[in-house]
Design a protein. Structure first.
Length: 115
């Protein structure tokens, strides 16, 4: 059974930082691409950042220079370091993995940035 379990969300003031973690199980983590999406109330889910199995990264324009995605294949975990947070970053953040023709999602973790 595949599981992606996010953690690290919470309430933070604007300008603050958070680090999200996503622990994967049930997949051969090192061969899967990993990513973070977010969904704010009333809005569509959108890509935040992605990292390939080879370590290449891609970021949405609205987080470039503020967020960093990384992975630890020894721990089957992907991270999203978020800095200089803004109220508009408030959303549920979802971890996702894809590869070998399949995609999986975590349950999401709430990030709330107060002004």
């Amino acid at each position: 059974q595949v599981q992606l379990v996010e953690s690290g969300g919470g309430l933070v003031q604007a300008g603050g930082s958070l680090r999200l973690s996503c622990a994967a199980s049930g997949i051969i983590f090192r061969i899967y691409h990993m990513g973070w999406y977010r969904q704010a109330p009333g809005k569509q889910r959108e890509l935040v950042a992605a990292i390939t199995s080879g370590g290449s990264t891609n970021y949405a324009d609205f987080v470039k220079g503020r967020f960093t995605i990384s992975r630890d294949n020894a721990k089957d975990t992907v991270y999203l370091q978020m800095t200089s947070l803004k109220p508009e970053d408030t959303a549920v953040y979802y971890c996702t993995s894809w590869g070998t023709g399949r995609a999986y999602w975590g349950q999401g973790t709430q990030v709330t940035v107060s002004s």
